[in-house]
Design a protein around this ligand. Structure first.
Ligand code: NDP
Length: 315
């Protein structure tokens, strides 16, 4: 049978390119988990994904209620779950004030981390039950959260501190809207959320890999300077960022190529090692990359897991 893969945020950028790459193999049915149904349908058509190879299911990661509903709807569809890709993200680098999810969490961490954390926890049982030869849970990471890299050292740097803002509810009322308890900074909130994504992947690996055989992995697909992720940035940045990445840093990768990389992490039998953060070298060969000190801190990962469980109502 075909594999079934859920991809969050498959209505644009990396998620859409990955959906296309997997659907084209004829071996995967892609469930596009998107907040905008019509946009997702149009996106699938625009890249030529054929009807029998995808379905769209509504998911708004900025609402935990929507995440729970999505898990129920998926279950009722009767499809087995063979791979889950947590890809969707928001990036609000120019926001002066924090905005919030339905439950009142700062929007970047609420969407990118907490929404995905609940989704992945709810769907873990479905993955466990699949009889597919490989089962995978992939959480898209980023270089920007890794302070052991040049890109990760562009201020403001990611730093979760002692998680006091998160533990306080990240709501800007009783607590700060930032995980470390500091003043709001939209660019930092995104980077912090990506550190959470990478810590979560490793904690999943420690807790569940041996017992379930599921592969847990993260990746940095390269700098896809053309995606909608930068839609909130100032126009000059949006104009100069793609050529800068193409010709100066040479970290640029097309949406198609990045989609091929993520598709590889989802389906390539040679990439089944669990607990790995994948990256690609200049010849587009995958390798196991090192995470920064903070993004590989096991104690912080455990604490993040426990605090997140409380916030999403699992503990
Ligand atoms: P895009 O903005 O193109 O795609 C993000 C997707 O997330 C969109 O489909 C968007 O939906 C969806 N999304 C946003 N908020 C929600 C929500 N509340 N509920 C459901 N879906 C939501 O960005 P990219 O493709 O670049 O980003 C994809 C991933 O790649 C992210 O995890 C990002 O961190 C990562 N990444 C990107 C890099 C880059 O250079 N672009 C580099 C490294 C990592 P909609 O279409 O409705 O807006």
């Amino acid at each position: 049978r075909k594999g079934n893969v859920i991809i969050t945020g498959a209505s644009s950028g990396l998620g859409l390119a990955t959906a296309k790459a997997l659907a084209e193999t004829g071996e995967w049915h892609v469930i596009m988990a998107c907040r905008n149904f019509l946009k997702a349908e149009k996106a699938a058509k625009s890249v030529g994904i054929t009807k029998e190879n995808y379905s769209v299911m509504h998911l708004d990661l900025a609402s935990l209620e929507s995440v729970r509903q999505f898990a129920n709807t998926f279950r009722r569809s009767g499809r087995p779950l063979d791979a889950l890709v947590c890809n969707a993200a928001v990036y609000l680098p120019t926001a002066k004030e924090p905005t919030y999810t339905a439950e009142g969490f700062e929007l970047s961490v609420g969407t990118n981390h907490l929404g995905h954390f609940l989704l992945a926890r709810l769907l873990l049982d479905d993955l466990k039950q699949s009889d597919y030869p490989y089962k995978r849970l992939i959480i898209v990471g980023s270089i920007t959260g890794n302070t052991n890299t040049l890109a990760g050292n562009v201020p403001p740097k990611a730093n979760l501190g002692d998680l006091r803002g998160l533990a306080g509810g990240l709501n800007g009322i009783q607590s700060s809207a930032m995980i470390d308890g500091g003043d709001f900074d939209g660019a930092k909130a995104y980077k912090d959320s990506k550190v959470c994504n990478m810590l979560t992947m490793q904690e999943f690996h420690r807790r569940y890999h041996e017992e379930t055989g599921i592969t847990f992995a993260s990746l940095y697909p390269g700098c896809i300077a053309t995606t909608g992720l930068f839609r909130e940035h100032i126009p000059l940045f949006r104009l100069l960022f793609p050529p800068f990445q193409k010709y100066i840093t040479k970290g640029y990768v097309s949406e198609e190529e990045a989609g091929g990389r993520l598709a590889q992490v989802v389906s390539d039998p040679s990439l089944i090692k669990s607990g790995v953060y994948w990256s690609w070298n200049k010849n587009s060969e995958s390798f196991e990359n090192q995470l920064s000190k903070e993004a590989s801190d096991a104690e912080k990962a455990r604490k993040l897991w426990e605090v997140s469980e409380k916030l999403v109502g699992l503990a």
